[in-house]
Design a protein around this ligand. Structure first.
Ligand code: PSU
Ligand code: MN
Length: 302
């Protein structure tokens, strides 16, 4: 394992002495946001984790290693390269490492890396899920199987409305992944607090969440949990504007025949374009909000 993992000295020390650490993904940098907002967001997320008492661990595949903790040059490279960097999920890891090709880790790949390093809490914006039309396309994100199998809790802003929320919840139920709402009974839908669907359980504070995770893993119930943290009210997108943008993005995707791993980045970019960038402002705000909660949970767990 030592041949593959490259953990910064600060994070190694933190893990060895049971200090709180929060994992952060890098596909959100390369494929989720444009430059330079992606770099600014990635750096600010790390700062927010620190301001809330935990150590940030942004993860990527670089030079044949799973890097846990990135330098500012590495961050800059991922941010500037954007979609030229490979979006790396579980299936991509062995190829990219053995060929020493740079990869930006998705939620699934970041969970794998965090688990190998011993990090149990991870903050991001949105997870992948069951896409609309999946009964025909079979497009179900590998993030969901990772949540089923890998012991890392993922703090996100719920399930994004580009996906089929109902089928995603069904899939998570089948695979035993708890969907927890932070101070809410309603599942948030990324850009909005409301979705029309319910979470499994409302959690009132980071202590309750830490206790639930401890219980799950003490019992050997493998897999993660989703901590759905609603976007702050004043940073929400208008529900109708968002739905309109998503429907247009989905129609365009179909027209262009975009499929597979290109789907999520395409839809995110299109929605941003159609909302004249306001979705990006919301996206950044909700990531910051998630970093803060993840740090609080990591502190409780430590
Ligand atoms: N949702 C977002 N922003 C993102 C992603 C999802 O709001 O950047 C990224 C994450 O890295 C996630 C990946 O793991 O997209 C899911 O891609 P796919 O649907 O191809 O599995
Ligand atoms: Mn997919």
């Amino acid at each position: 394992m030592k041949n593959y993992l490259d953990i910064t000295a600060e994070i190694q020390e933190a893990l060895a002495t049971n200090k709180p650490v929060v994992a952060l993904e890098s596909t959100i940098i390369s494929h989720g946001m444009p430059y330079p907002q992606n770099k600014e967001t990635a750096l600010q997320v790390e700062q927010i984790v620190r301001d809330n008492g935990a150590i940030p661990a942004t993860i990527a595949l670089i030079d044949g290693k799973i890097k846990i903790g990135l330098s500012s040059d590495e961050m800059e490279f991922l941010a500037k390269s954007g979609e030229k960097v490979v979006k790396a999920s579980r299936r991509d890891i062995p190829y990219l490492l053995s060929q020493k090709i740079t990869g930006a880790t998705t939620v699934a790949a970041t969970m794998i890396a965090a688990d190998l390093a011993g990090i149990r809490v991870f903050a991001t914006g949105g997870i992948g899920g069951v896409h609309r039309g999946a009964s025909q396309t079979f497009d179900i994100s590998a993030d969901l199987q990772e949540l089923a199998n890998t012991n890392v809790a993922v703090v996100c802003a719920g399930i994004k409305a580009i996906l089929d929320l109902e089928l995603t919840l069904e899939y998570l139920e089948t695979f035993g992944v708890p969907v927890l709402g932070y101070k809410t009974e309603e599942l948030p839908a990324f850009y909005t607090q409301k979705s029309g669907f319910k979470v499994n359980y409302k959690m009132n504070n980071p202590t309750e969440i830490a206790r639930l995770l401890q219980t799950k893993w003490d019992l050997g119930l493998k897999g993660g949990a989703i901590i759905a943290n609603p976007i702050p009210k004043h940073q929400e997108l208008d529900y109708d504007i968002m739905h309109d943008a998503i429907n247009k993005a989905l129609a365009e995707e179909q027209k262009l025949g975009i499929k597979g791993k290109a789907s999520t980045p395409f839809l995110l970019g299109k929605v941003k374009e159609l909302t004249a960038g306001t979705s990006l402002v919301s996206n950044i705000a909700l990531v910051y909000n998630n970093a803060k909660l993840a740090a609080a949970i990591a502190c409780e767990m430590a």
